[in-house]
Design a protein around this ligand. Sequence first.
Ligand code: ADE
Length: 238
Amino acid sequence: MKIDLVTIFPRLCLAPLSESIVGRARENGLVEIAAHDLRDWTHDRHRQVDDVPYGGGPGMVMKPQPFFEAVRDLKRDSPGARVLLMTPQGRPFRQEDARRLSREEHLILLCGHYEGVDHRVVEALADEEISIGDYVLTNGSLAAAVVTDAIVRLLPGVLGDDASSEVESFSEPAEGGPPLLEAPHYTRPAEFEGMAVPEVLLSGHHARIEAWRREKALERTRAIRPDLLAEKPPTRQG
Ligand code: ADE
């Protein structure tokens, strides 16, 4: 898989994708990630990527032209590449999106900044607008790194053979029920500062352990994320 990030902060985008699991995946050739400076597609002396908003109002708006030229260039060898615009105005990014996008061959992530991007980028360039949550970051570069990380760890060979990505929070449980938060995890020692590990986990009784984990997962989901137990939102059309 190839992922192109288009941003005015290429180093900020790339830093979190250069360590640990994603860094190793890149070194091992499991994914090719490139961060491009949007200013490379400007043509003026000041390499300006923003301008004042039509109709007035505070802040600046990112110009359409550098984004259009960037995408045209990056799509040259793969016209079918999927273009994602990172914006707090987008649809919330979920695990099922990470899974769906991990099956693409080529993704182009566009990072907004300032008050927003010219709406022609949204309408004519982006296949989807993605938000990583209901809060506003200073720019989309960190959001692009988050989305990239969530996708890359699902690529074949990236996490190794223990298949831990299949049994974690937000993945579908085996029986096909709703996604749940994970049951609590513990490691040694069995007692720490007066707090004991639940007895069942020391029992070696796999069926009882499974039942306990299922019950705790439901309990935690009810308490912390009751929305996950409500009806599933419609899946993204594309
Ligand atoms: N840019 C700024 N805030 C963002 C968010 N929450 N998600 C995606 N891109 C953003």
